[in-house]
Design a protein around this ligand. Structure first.
Ligand SMILES: [Zn+2]
Length: 732
């Protein structure tokens, strides 16, 4: 993800967590409190002294946090003192009587905020991996202070004047320095630093309105769940569900004072998981309509006006800042660079994807016809009949697969082995480094020549207080300027087997472990000078590329031979079973891909409007339909994954004009992996080339240039289609 302005401002301070929690919509448009509460800060700062373990840099190897000393009570005073110290450093830079230079302005900013960086990286990580209500309460308390702190820096006119001076003299710089200057300058400009007072006032108004609308949209989503619940009176209508599913629906009804009935609530995607089991076609249609039509004026809560207003305000803000539209503003700092590049990538996929959807649809229609159903497949039928096709053609016993993926073997003989074959690196356990919870293993990562690269924490198991999903983050970012080697974490939510029993992993978990290691090595191999350009601090459409690339070693024959052995017999996984895993992986991929592309294109349609054209939207539902048709993705049985009125990523979160990013990264990953496969596969030469061009560069070089340096050309979508099993569709 792109670092926020506050991260730019505090240089080394905030660690950037690369996501695997792919569907988590993030909020970045929260309204900032304008004033940090000075009195409280002074009191807290007064209690901050040498006894606080964050007071000085950790003396442990690699400045690893000393968890034998850190207690919850240390965080708040250290965070407040960190902001205070950082503010003083920034003031000193802004008020420096010397003329502005790269060294005394940009580099000085990179060096600032050390204490804040130290404490916030530990606080953020522990809160997410082993937090409790106290952590969450402190996060809520600190959020507006962080936001105000960031604003105080980005809206400091004296600081901006100096940054601008350096920017205007940038022709004497090149490479990483030049990129840092441009990046820092743009961060200020994008926040409105160049505007006149009247324009700034309008930007503030727009920000405030957008923030309220975002909150309203998010709250409406919750009301819409209640308004669109489907109440079933007769248990017989629930045929196809398991006893425990039915019990769950009865419990939901009871909680809503409807004892004796059954309540189905909608999840926040157009498709509803329950539809794959419900035999009753009328009920399926009812549930699907409750989902797809929510927020479109069918009940009291109507999100259509909010969608229109947000599209309009974003367009206006973009134009005030000098951009053609919101998409151009958002994508300027992404790899795609323009909305049209993102649209082109998605549209390139459409013909192959639609033809696969047609093949899948024909298979489904065959089942319907075979059962004597006298109807054409509708969106509420798809999952139900697809499930029948799957059971018939791709029956896979996931429990059988698990027997071949024992946790320790996957870590040591799978992930570490593959990374050793590709990069020559080794992982050595460090029992002397303290951790924030049990079951975390720390490794020192050694380079091919035996030199230390940094520390890697494997926090793979689930625990109370850990958020869901899997992710990578860091305690310390690599930087030559600060002399820091990286200290990196991987988090997952694997359920540990009881003592004495082996922990067996699903194929998805194995593949996720490779994915997160891909992020980890993006941080670990970082070889840049300036901390704000290190490792995974790249744009959102690029950050998932190195991780998705590593996923595909999971099925490499050499890696499989070394890793996938039966936990009791030591026997190799049978090829036949592996083939089934592959086939099951790509099942229904036409549908999955089309519903994603349709939503991503819809997002870009809203965000390439001018303020006037947004204001001219007569009806959101018909705008949506026209947009899908215009892009060739209007397939009635395969609606977009999110429709406008509940597209939370885009209207309640921070993904506006950015939903395409997941696919963009996957296009790169597939294209790069195919290139490596065609040139020898799992070899040190390939690893070195990938490391030199991509993994070592962080954000110190334009991402498309990094890619071309590695690949010799821009990516095409061909390998992505192959990766998803979407080539050469056949109808049988
Ligand atoms: Zn990821």
């Amino acid at each position: 993800m792109r670092k926020s302005l506050i991260a730019v401002a505090i240089g080394a301070a905030l660690t950037v967590a690369a996501c695997a929690d792919k569907e988590a919509a993030q909020t970045t448009e929260q309204q900032a409190e304008q004033q940090v509460q000075q009195a409280e800060q002074q009191t807290a700062a007064a209690t901050f002294n040498e006894s606080n373990p964050f007071y000085a840099e950790s003396t442990l190897p690699f400045h690893a946090p000393d968890f034998t000393q850190i207690e919850f009570a240390h965080y708040e005073p250290a965070l407040l003192a960190g902001m205070e110290q950082h503010t003083a450093e920034i003031e000193a830079i802004a008020n420096n009587p010397e003329p502005a230079t790269f060294e005394n302005t940009i580099v000085a900013m990179e060096k600032s905020g050390a204490l804040l960086g130290r404490v916030s990286s530990v606080f953020g990580n522990v809160a997410g991996s082993a937090g409790n209500d106290d952590f969450r309460a402190l996060q809520v308390k600190m959020a507006p202070k962080y936001a105000a702190h960031g604003d105080n820096i980005s809206l400091n006119p004296d600081l901006f004047a100096r940054v601008k001076t350096v920017y205007e003299n940038r022709d004497q710089f090149e490479g990483e320095e030049l990129r840092l200057i441009e990046d820092t300058y743009k961060g200020f400009v994008r926040a409105g630093a160049e505007l006149n007072e009247e324009q700034k006032a309008r930007i503030r108004e727009i920000n405030s309105e957008l923030s309220s609308l975002t909150t309203e949209f998010r709250n409406n989503l919750m009301s819409l769940v209640d308004e669109n619940m489907v109440v079933v009176e007769d248990k017989a209508e629930l045929a196809g569900l398991s006893d425990s599913q039915i019990a769950q629906l009865a419990a939901t009804a009871e909680a809503k004072d409807m004892s004796g009935k059954y309540v189905i609530t909608v999840t926040n995607t157009t498709r509803q998981p329950i539809l794959q089991s419900l035999e009753n076609r009328e009920l399926r249609e009812k549930v699907w309509r409750a989902s797809a039509e929510r927020g479109s004026g069918n009940t009291a809560t109507d999100n259509r006006p909010l969608v229109k207003q947000m599209a309009q305000l974003r367009a206006e803000k973009a134009q005030l800042l000098g951009y053609e539209n919101w998409g151009a503003y958002v994508l300027e700092q992404s790899m795609a660079a323009t909305p049209s590049a993102a649209q082109q990538m998605l549209r390139d996929l459409v013909p192959a994807v639609v033809s696969n959807v047609e093949a899948e649809m024909a298979e489904i229609q065959q089942v319907i016809d075979g059962e004597g159903g006298d109807f054409e497949v509708q969106p509420w039928d798809w999952a139900y009949y697809a499930e029948k096709v799957r059971a018939e053609k791709y029956a896979l016993d996931s429990n059988e697969v698990k027997q071949y993926f024992e946790f320790n073997r996957v870590v040591e003989d799978g992930v570490f082995y593959a990374m050793n074959q590709l990069f020559g690196i080794t992982f050595e356990k460090r029992d002397d480094i303290p951790t924030y919870a049990d079951d975390i293993v720390v490794y020192e990562v050694k380079d091919v020549n035996g030199e230390s690269l940094g520390l890697f924490y494997g926090d793979w198991f689930t625990r109370d207080g850990k958020r869901g999903g899997a992710w990578m983050s860091s305690f310390v970012s690599q930087s030559h300027l600060l002399g820091n080697k990286p200290v990196i974490l991987n988090n997952m939510n694997i359920t540990k087997a009881p003592d004495g029993e082996p922990t067996l992993l699903s194929f998805d978990e194995v593949s996720t472990m490779f994915h997160e290691m891909g992020h980890a090595l993006h941080g670990m191999f970082s070889d840049v000078t300036y901390p704000s350009l290190a490792g995974t601090s790249v744009s959102r459409d690029y950050v998932e590329f190195p991780s998705t690339f590593q996923e595909d070693w999971t099925l490499n024959p050499k890696v499989i031979a070394n890793m996938a052995k039966h936990h009791e017999t030591g026997e190799q996984i049978p090829q036949e079973l592996l083939d089934k895993v592959m086939a099951a992986k790509n099942f229904n991929m036409g549908y999955d891909t089309l519903e994603y592309i349709a939503a991503a294109l819809l997002d870009l349609e809203y965000h390439t409007l001018t303020p006037d054209s947004a204001a001219g939207i007569a009806d959101v539902n018909s705008f949506e339909q026209a947009a899908l048709t215009r892009n060739g993705v209007a397939v009635e049985a395969v609606p977009p994954r999110y429709k406008s009125n509940f597209f939370a990523h885009v209207f309640a979160g921070g993904y506006s004009a950015g939903y395409y990013a997941y696919m963009w990264s996957e296009v790169l990953a597939a294209d790069a992996f195919k290139f490596v496969q065609d040139n020898g596969g799992l070899t040190l030469e390939n690893g070195q080339a990938f490391r030199d061009a991509i993994l070592s560069k962080g954000n110190s070089k334009d991402p498309m240039q990094q890619y071309i340096d590695f690949r010799g050309q821009k990516p095409t979508v061909d390998a992505l289609l192959e990766r998803r099993g979407l080539t050469a569709p056949t109808i049988d």
